[in-house]
Design a protein around this ligand. Sequence first.
Ligand code: SF4
Length: 112
Amino acid sequence: MIATLSVMPAGTNVNVTAGSPWVGSDAASASPRSDRPAWHDDARCRTAPPNLNWFAETPTGVEAARRVCATCPVRQDCTEWSLVQGASLKGVWGGLTPRDRQQMRVARRKAA
Ligand code: SF4
């Protein structure tokens, strides 16, 4: 399954497939993609089951993705990265849904 998402700044589209938010990817490869942050080398989603849907819209699907993120050593990097991508970023990143990210952006703006 291939999905196209806007995941990079300036609206750059990156092709991804189920299996990792960054896939399309070289999840099983030692060579990093040039458009993938270095911290993603240690990401738990690189070794997650390939049938895990990072863009699920059901509570069960979202929870499955969140469970992987909960054990990820680069979760904080991923969260911060996802927050600056804007509202068009879909899927679970850093254990957060698009709605979670929007709520976090609003809370941070209020706290600033
Ligand atoms: S926090 Fe989740 S989406 Fe982000 S790198 Fe880790 S496993 Fe992947």
